[in-house]
Design a binder for this molecule. Sequence first.
Ligand SMILES: Cc1cc2nc3c(=O)[nH]c(=O)nc-3n(C[C@H](O)[C@H](O)[C@H](O)COP(=O)(O)O)c2cc1C
Length: 377
Amino acid sequence: MPISVDKMDQTTSAENVFTRRLGLPFAPVILAPLAGVSDHPFRRACARHGADLTYVEMISATALLFESRRTFDMLKRHESESILGVQITGKTADEVGRAVGILDKMPFDTIDINMGCPVNKVVKTGCGSGILKDPKRVYETTKLARESTGKPLSVKIRLGWDRDNVTWPEVLDAAEMGGADWITIHGRLRSDDYGAAVNLDAVAELKRKAKIPVIGNGNIFSPGDVMYMRERTGVDGVMVSRGALGNPWVFNTIKNGETPVTIDEWEQLALEHLAWQQEEYGDEGSGAVCMRKHLLWYAKGWPAAKRLREAISHTGKLSDCANLVREFAAEQRKAGVSVRSTVWPMDLENRFQWDPKYDMDRALDRGVGDDGLNPPV
Ligand SMILES: Cc1cc2nc3c(=O)[nH]c(=O)nc-3n(C[C@H](O)[C@H](O)[C@H](O)COP(=O)(O)O)c2cc1C
């Protein structure tokens, strides 16, 4: 039920918003919205292994307002999900406000506005990090969203557009004035690629200045990364992104210290993820194609996985993938390999020859762009 800003509970402590309103533990560990990745089978895998809050991948306000079928499919919440957030991006404040009004009536516990996506096709229409150069639009967008929902509302930003436009102080003020309950900061600029260090000094400054809780994001792969970020910046919780790809165990690892995953646990989760995927999308088609990348990520970190990776790339059926997983697990046991790390290396792109920007770009072509009803956001 929408409420007006002046009637809102103005208490903005982390305890109020995370613990009292959302029922999250102290210092929550959150799975990021991940375009082309965070559908409900993946979210279930992460929640099972300790993610305190998960999100649907980024949704286009334009597509939602056009009532795109594909977008509504992406918004499905599985009955096993006890808590779920959704993220929206839009070209104008009005569009986001109206889209948030629709999301408010759907079964989501919290709504985030994406103000950080760096992908060209998103940014050129003014969505994602395109807004970072325009704090006034940040204010108007947050305010209209605030007026459309009484649910906890957040914004996810980067530090700024580029070195000449480091706008986080103005963007933070605008989000606070607009009525955001918390802010998630990815401590890089839009112009940075993943090789750039996360600027923890700037995140710390943002945290000092913020009147609302702050979630830290960027290069969170291990318990040590979380400890370091919290000590250096004082953030109220963290959001995990690439660290969870093929590695849903990372959440419990962050909370309880590193516990390697055994080949039995690995096989069980990969098979469960495949079964959930099959249940949702059927044995062939887009669900099988989408699952390929998850399996390629699951295969990382095990020795002699080349044959598995090649076979996955040529498989069109989830049931065949399940057989490949079983065979691979049997081979590992036979070779005496029993565990792998649940912490990805920080330089995982180099180590695994993977380009996350390319991946995000392709995901947005398929997902957010949508049905030909509207141009990709
Ligand atoms: C494949 C992929 C998809 C992403 N999709 C989204 C998205 O839909 N919404 C969002 O806010 N961020 C998205 N991001 C950005 C991440 O949430 C995160 O801000 C960024 O990867 C930095 O965190 P990391 O260094 O821990 O990966 C995506 C990142 C990747 C790699």
